[in-house]
Design a protein around this ligand. Structure first.
Ligand code: AMP
Length: 349
């Protein structure tokens, strides 16, 4: 276990880096955030903001020396940067390799015996993939997609050529459309010793590809909660994972279908800040520093709502609500689609 006073490095200075930083400080650690952008959300709360580009190997080398352990808030960290940072990075490289590329990720999940949406690779032509998957379907870039970006929906097979043109040559996969009842995610954690703990699955509602709300408890029954927890543990163990992971699932009448995994704290786990004694951010810091991890037990029902763009207009009203905890990210400019903060509403029976 890292002693209080040790330094936790965080790659990425957005809201996730900010909340990881606060959690690390609560446990007595110093925090250094590596982020190319100035005045980023995490820089307001960290001990140090290392303001350099991810290809500045010199700065990365000094960062690795200055930190006792290094984690990250996003999965698209360049491989060259990881080469410089070495084995101080947790979760480790395998988790990043798997989750950076949708094709590698889906193949890995299927090899574990888990269900995914049907998919086919697309390179210069979409014809073979369309023959295999058909429509409706979704064309997704293999890499660098987030919040619904890098995705085009195909209503009919005739939409194929246009959709492919929108990908602008990026390697992609065509995914069959899953007719799900609802979406949930499991936030799981694995400690250095291999102990696994999961938070209750939260039910997610997306709009325009962006998460709007997460509600706990979800509509999953007890048996399916166990199945969701078991499959998350399977993924964590297979990757010899250390830290917190988000596993997004589509729920159909017969199956739990894995949509994607995120090797980091996750927007759909923000409810834990007010629903659990040890939230996902503290859980992650505990796991990577070798402190015992929490059980994931929930003590309240919560609805988490993201405050996106104009949602901020309601802030003056939200702060008057007696059971609403507001978490703001310190971003200066409100922009459409920009996550400015979130509110956790405790739901009383
Ligand atoms: P993703 O970036 O893959 O998480 O996709 C964002 C959102 O698009 C998901 O949360 C779903 O609501 C929807 N979506 C993605 N893939 C599929 C699919 N294969 N079938 C149905 N809906 C999907």
């Amino acid at each position: 276990m890292l002693e209080p006073g040790a330094t936790v490095g965080i790659l990425g200075g957005g809201q996730l880096g900010r909340m990881l930083s606060v959690a690390a400080s609560r446990l007595g650690y110093k925090t250094c955030v590596f982020e190319p952008g100035a005045n980023c959300p995490a820089s307001h709360v960290a001990n140090e903001h290392w303001h350099h580009d991810y290809d500045d190997t010199d700065a990365l080398g000094r960062f690795a020396t200055a930190c006792d352990v290094i984690t990250y808030e996003f999965e698209n960290i360049p491989t060259a940067a990881l080469d410089v940072l070495g084995d101080k990075v947790r979760p480790g490289r395998r988790a990043l390799e798997v989750s950076q590329d949708r094709l590698t990720e889906k193949t890995f999940l299927q090899e574990l015996g888990l269900k995914t949406a049907p998919f086919a690779t697309v390179d210069t032509s979409i014809d073979d993939a369309l023959t295999k998957i058909g429509a409706p379907s979704i064309l997704k870039t293999r890499r660098f997609g987030y919040d619904g970006k890098g995705q085009v929906r195909l209503r009919n097979e005739s939409d194929g050529a246009k959709a492919l043109a929108e990908m602008d040559g990026a390697p992609s996969i065509l995914e069959g459309f899953v007719d799900f009842e609802f979406e949930v995610s499991v936030i799981g954690a694995r400690s250095l010793e291999g102990k696994v703990a999961c938070f209750d699955p939260g039910e997610n509602v997306h709009k325009d590809g962006i998460l709007r709300t997460t509600t706990v408890p979800s509509r999953l029954n007890k048996v399916r909660i166990e199945q969701a927890t078991e499959l998350t543990a399977k993924i964590l163990n297979a990757l010899d994972y250390v830290g917190v992971m988000g596993v997004e699932l589509f729920v159909t009448p017969d199956d739990l279908i894995v949509n994607e995994i995120a090797p980091r704290v996750h927007n759909s786990g923000h409810w834990t800040q007010n629903g659990c004694t040890i939230d996902q951010f503290e859980q992650h810091i505990r796991a990577i520093t070798g402190v015992a991890i929490g059980s994931g037990t929930r003590h309240a029902d919560v609805v988490m709502q993201n405050l996106i763009g104009d949602d901020m207009d309601a802030l003056a009203q939200i702060v008057l609500e007696p059971d609403a905890a507001v978490h703001l990210y310190g971003k200066e400019d409100v922009k459409p689609g920009r996550k400015m903060g979130h509110v956790n509403r405790i739901v009383k029976p």
